[in-house]
Design a protein around this ligand. Structure first.
Ligand code: 5RP
Length: 261
């Protein structure tokens, strides 16, 4: 378990830059992931881990890829459904081991119609994963109607940790230090919908200041026209203690480099 965790959270810094590309498991071929190999491949040297579902891993990645994998193992819904919470475990732990995953990930929907089902999914997954030393990352997914505030995200994160999640992924919000304070396992933040790079870098910096161990950004990296510059600048915040302003300066200089090529 510790060995797998140390592949995805750098033991020297205690921090991590995960790259999330698992979105198609319920959203299909979204912008940036239509031809995922082209988008993802140049980003991999700057990611500590890649969060991905089985199909894309199997069909677009190389067996020789060195980036540790966090395998998305929940699903069963599509973006067409009003209620996204009706998820089950879709990929076995045995398959995760066969694919040499360093962790598995699922979503829990606290406060949603299928709250209990997703929390039992988490509990059962942890029970099985403990037998093999496989870390479980729980995503505190937010239903369309749920607020993204510290009270709700703090509740969902703590419940996920209590049921045995080894890492919690949640959203950044005002008062985020309260979410981290109440969660006894490492917390990473999702990026959410694409926002300007400056705001996204600031959110990363603020989350780290509030105690997050890192990021699991997706769209704010792979939907940026300068995705490599973006992940390198986020990495500077997470792994090299850059401030948001310093990271923006880096982003602009890397963007410039790309234009000169
Ligand atoms: C969906 C997920 C995604 O990985 C998550 O949303 C991260 O991506 P983004 O930064 O684009 O929000 O877990 O449930």
């Amino acid at each position: 378990m510790k060995n797998r965790l140390s592949r995805i959270i750098n033991p020297k810094t205690g921090h991590t830059v995960m790259l999330a590309v698992d979105h198609p498991y319920f959203q299909g071929a979204i912008e940036g992931l239509v031809s995922p190999r082209e988008t993802i491949w140049p980003l991999l040297p700057y990611a500590d881990a890649l969060m991905i579902a089985r199909g894309m891993l199997r069909n677009t990645m190389d067996a020789g890829m060195e980036t540790p994998v966090i395998l998305r193992v929940s699903g069963g819904i599509s973006i067409l459904k009003e209620d996204l919470s009706d998820e089950e475990i879709t990929t076995s732990v045995r398959e995760a081991i066969r694919l040499n995953a360093s962790a598995v990930a699922l979503s829990v929907y606290v406060g949603s119609p299928h709250e209990k089902q997703t929390l039992v999914n988490l509990s059962n997954l942890v029970n099985e994963c403990e037998e093999y030393g496989m870390p479980v990352l729980a995503v505190t997914a937010v239903g369309r109607e749920m607020a993204r505030d510290a009270r709700y995200l703090g509740l969902a994160s703590r419940i996920a940790a209590e049921l045995g999640a080894h890492i919690v992924k949640t959203y950044y919000c005002e008062g985020f230090e309260k979410v981290v304070e109440g969660c006894p396992v490492p917390v990473v933040i999702a990026g959410g919908k694409k926002i300007p790079e400056q705001e996204s870098l600031k959110m990363a910096y603020d989350a780290l200041q509030a105690g997050a161990v890192g990021l699991d950004y997706g769209r704010n990296v792979f939907q940026s026209p300068d995705s490599v510059a973006m992940i390198r600048s986020l990495r500077a915040v997470v792994q090299e203690n850059y401030t948001a302003d310093e990271a923006l300066e880096l982003f602009n200089s890397l963007k410039g480099e790309k234009k000169k090529d």
